[in-house]
Ligand binder design. Sequence first.
Ligand code: KG4
Ligand code: ZN
Length: 347
Amino acid sequence: MASGLILGIETSCDETAAAVVAAGRVVCSNVVASQARLHARYGGVFPEMASRQHIRDIVPVIREALAVADASWADLAAIAVTTGPGLSGSLLVGLNTAKGLAIARGLPLVAVNHLEGHLYSNWLHSDGHIHTPSDGREIEDLPFPHLALIVSGGHTELVRVRGHGDYVVLGRTLDDAAGEAFDKAARLLGLGYPGGPAIEAAARVGDPQAHPLPVAVTASPLDFSFSGLKTAVRRVVEGAAATGTPLPMADIAAAFQQAVVRALVGRVQRALAVGADRAVLVSGGVSANVALRQALGDAVDVPVRVPPLALCTDNAAMMAAAGYWAFRRGQLAPLDLDVDPGARLGG
Ligand code: KG4
Ligand code: ZN
């Protein structure tokens, strides 16, 4: 593990990604081939097309990641790859490629949970500046324990991180993920895919009070539920269609965004009230949302860390960072390892 250089490979959904990360903190390269445009016309990810596109992109993406990092195979300590959760056909492309490379190059293989990867996206920057090899900056450690809010297209989890690899899941969504709710609401409003950025843009000129939407109550105070919100949006859309009145698009987008943000911020406040967390780390595609960032910053007393945009959405640098710590713990994967599409954090 001389150099601590890890090659990360991520293909769990619709991004084919490879990255080289040093010591779990410094991004030497971070290459992402996004399929978002390919899936846009379907209003969501089309699994078979996703895996076929991963097959086309994976080798050039890995080559580029090594080239940009100016790293050779001999420089690498290990290969870290996402094994789940995600789409099985997509995960298989990354895992099989990683296995082939591990065998061919005699490198250890490390399996990484995709959600654990998102947690580590916040270890790769300081104040939004991504750590690079030519930085010369002092990189500060993040304090434990901290609270992590993972909000992506597939997941919404509130996690207490007690140390590297030591996670307690406090709450999760009971139905739709936060990003999925944005995507579904955007589809109902005819705003396209991915829905998060489209709703955020529409919401900027909307009045959230004009059509207030309900915030769901869950049995456990730290769980989330977003499907009722989506139904409420559908009712407004259907009501407008039935009466022939124009859809107050911006107002609904603003009310929807406010309801999601309130639900997320409320759970974070509740978790902080019963713990000794020294920071809040937000990650996943929805953490790109500016309204969420502002509301969280205003609502909590501990520092809030949010990754820069390039690390919010799926990427392989975060997988390599998580893989580094797993590798240090000696968590090597056997070569007959299979994908785990329904994997959960912490087993
Ligand atoms: O983490 P990610 O790239 O993929 C998954 O692992 O799911 O997250 C993608 C999700 C999509 O649902 C997208 O609509 C949402 O993140 N998203 C946003 C924003 N940008 C992306 N949601 C709200 N506001 C945004 N600005
Ligand atoms: Zn993700």
